[in-house]
Design a protein around this ligand. Structure first.
Ligand SMILES: Nc1ncnc2c1ncn2[C@@H]1O[C@H](COP(=O)(O)OP(=O)(O)OP(=O)(O)O)[C@@H](O)[C@H]1O
Ligand SMILES: O=C(CO)[C@H](O)[C@H](O)COP(=O)(O)O
Length: 312
């Protein structure tokens, strides 16, 4: 059993779903055990300076990646940090805050895997890769509703950022242990976020649960709502688990029980009657939607965090 904090990285472009995914993982692990930091706090310039310099927040030069790496290393050894705070409402920096790591630390942000040093700080690395049109839809909704931008401003910013997304954000996918892509089913016509499917790329860097015991890998069952197969991702062989948004409660429960049975700490956490927030997302009109694919993704990541506590 390790006595140092276990560090999870969640990396992806702006509005790729990092905060949404993190919320449920913390529920599985017990919110009181989890410290969440957002690496946007390591921006080097405030919003006005970025505009003057013509640099985007996605460029490595626009971030103190060295200090971020130092802080991740300190958190990994259980030491406290004095973390800067970037305020998304004002576009400026607030006074720094004192952070003492809990048993688990989730570091979510844009450039978490961009240097060898930062990559070495994590026990589990997740990359979020929704299709670009879905991410843009999410970003417009979030930035207009919560960050005070107009739709035109968000669209213009996305265009300005695209070269940096391509050069610095998307290549980080290669370093992830799990690549998570929520995507709409071709059959869904209401555009409801609650029924998105998920495609999980499982790289052999970390030991995944042997899902072949509960999920069919047989091509005959390729129309099943939960599927496991082999593929290549960025040229390397990977396992791929797909869960459809219309998977039934019975199908989901079977997979959930199998993952939980391996880790006693997860048995209670799997109880959806106790953890009502698992797999929930806010819909376009502010309503709460429940997503089995999201809940299972959060469970699988929590599984890896708990496994890591025994490995070290
Ligand atoms: N799995 C999901 N299913 C449905 N909707 C989602 C999902 N993930 C994210 N969203 C939608 O996308 C919006 C942006 O997600 P979120 O805030 O989690 O992104 P983020 O990556 O943390 O963004 P940023 O880094 O820019 O702060 C959310 O408000 C939510 O509406
Ligand atoms: O991509 C982002 C991650 O959340 C933000 O847009 C980035 O942090 C810059 O902030 P702002 O939009 O407040 O200028």
């Amino acid at each position: 059993m390790t006595d140092r904090p276990i560090i999870l990285g969640i990396v992806g472009d702006s509005a790729a779903g990092k905060t949404t995914l993190t919320k449920g993982i913390a529920q599985f692990l017990g919110p009181e055990n989890v410290t969440v930091i957002c690496t946007d706090d390591y921006h080097r310039y405030d919003r006005k300076q970025r505009a003057e310099l013509g640099i985007t927040a996605l460029h490595p030069d626009c971030n103190y990646l060295d200090i971020m790496q130092q802080h991740l290393s300190q958190l990994r050894t259980g030491q406290p940090i004095l973390k800067p705070i970037y305020n998304h409402k004002t576009g400026t920096f607030d006074p720094p805050e004192y952070i003492k790591p809990n048993k688990f630390v989730v570091a979510e942000g844009l450039l978490g895997y961009s240097t060898r040093g930062t990559r070495g700080a994590y026990d589990v690395k997740v990359y979020l890769a929704p299709p670009e049109d879905l991410r843009i839809q999410w970003k417009i909704k979030r930035d207009t509703q919560k960050r005070g931008y107009s739709e035109e401003q968000v669209r213009a910013e996305i265009v300005k950022r695209e070269p940096d997304s391509e050069a610095y954000i998307r290549p980080q996918r290669q370093w992830a242990d799990l690549v998570v892509s929520f995507y709409p089913s071709t059959e869904v016509i209401d555009g409801s976020n609650g029924h998105l499917n998920v495609r999980l790329v499982l790289r052999p860097n970390i030991p995944h649960p042997d899902l072949t015991q509960v999920v069919s890998t047989d091509a005959v069952h390729s129309d099943s709502a939960i599927r496991l197969g082999l593929d290549r991702d960025m040229g390397k062989p990977v396992d791929v688990l797909e869960i459809d948004g219309h998977a039934t409660s019975d199908q989901v429960t079977k997979l959930e029980r199998f993952i939980c049975s391996d880790i006693p700490n997860l048995i209670d956490a799997c109880n959806r009657d106790i953890h009502s927030e698992l797999g929930t997302v806010t819909g376009t009109t502010g309503e709460t939607l429940r997503s089995y694919p999201l809940a299972l993704t959060q469970l699988l990541i929590a599984y890896h965090m708990l496994k890591a506590t025994n490995v070290h």
